[in-house]
Design a protein around this ligand. Structure first.
Ligand SMILES: NC(=O)c1ccc[n+]([C@@H]2O[C@H](COP(=O)([O-])OP(=O)(O)OC[C@H]3O[C@@H](n4cnc5c(N)ncnc54)[C@H](OP(=O)(O)O)[C@@H]3O)[C@@H](O)[C@H]2O)c1
Length: 237
């Protein structure tokens, strides 16, 4: 039977738009007290007003994580969408960009678990983010695939380390949250059209598709140590 979110404290790390915002909205609708955490809490407040409690948190800074933990206290469910992509073909990849990507999406959640883990209630959960690039390698996405794959393996180890707190990852397929804008209007439209015609779901994802999976991971008391692939079946093509 699904756990109720009513009255729980749900921390969502990420920006006040995109997937994180949809998770916040879903948790709030379920009766949770939502804490939106990010590097710029002022920007979060500008977008979300007082629908959430905004708190400063930089996942690459252990002191920032510890200060956050001291301010917030007990957490029922923790979600990290924090990401910094190292896109580019092999000859163009820079060591610093790859390390920054790993630091944000892998070492960051690892240190969140180490520092905040004791504050997560035993019936609670920690949800990390992976991504479809881990399961469908493509030229130009080596750094992204490496980072997401490491997040998947981290998830399994953390499920043991933090037990009985449940630890899962969500691996989204392509969702138009703004992160594809760098392809340009035409490039983005062509890429999305390609996915729509090729993947088994015949469409790209929505933030609601992904937030639904996060809420499932939070509330299913028997789900731990897995990566939920919510990607329209793109790796099958
Ligand atoms: N959208 C897609 O198509 C897609 C596909 C596969 C996987 N994903 C994954 O799904 C998750 C959410 O994606 P999204 O598209 O909604 O948005 P996103 O832009 O990837 O959101 C990640 C956010 O992480 C925050 N962040 C970066 N460094 C941080 C740090 N050191 N501490 C705290 N926060 C930090 C940034 O917010 P601020 O700049 O405001 O700090 C950034 O906007 C990400 O993990 C992404 O990699 C998305």
């Amino acid at each position: 039977m699904a756990l109720s979110l009513d009255g729980t404290t749900v921390v969502v790390i990420g920006r006040p738009t995109g997937i994180a915002a949809a998770v916040m909205a879903g948790a709030g609708a379920g009766g949770a007290k939502v804490i939106a955490a990010g590097r710029d809490p002022g920007a979060i407040r500008d977008v979300l007003g007082d629908t959430v409690r905004a708190e400063e948190l930089d996942v690459t800074d252990d002191a920032s994580i510890a200060r956050f933990g001291a301010r917030v206290g007990t957490i029922d469910h923790l979600v990290s969408t924090a990401s910094a992509r190292a896109r580019g073909k092999l000859p163009d990849l820079k060591r610093d960009d790859v390390l920054h990507s790993l630091n944000t999406k892998v070492v960051g959640p690892l240190m969140l678990a180490a520092i905040l883990g004791p504050a997560i209630s035993p019936r609670g959960s920690f949800t990390l983010f992976s991504g479809v690039a881990a399961f469908k390698p493509a030229v130009g996405y080596l750094g992204v695939a490496l980072t997401n794959g490491a997040a998947d393996f981290l998830t399994r180890s953390l499920a043991l380390e933090l037990a009985p707190v449940r630890v899962n990852a969500i691996s989204p397929g392509v969702v138009d949250t703004g992160i594809w804008d760098s392809l340009g209007e035409e490039g983005k439209a062509a890429y999305f059209e390609h996915l729509r015609t090729q993947n088994p779901a015949r469409r790209i994802g929505t933030v609601g598709d992904i937030a639904g999976a996060v809420l499932f991971a939070m509330t299913n008391p028997f789900l731990t140590g897995v990566t939920l692939r919510v990607d329209g079946g793109e790796p099958l093509t």
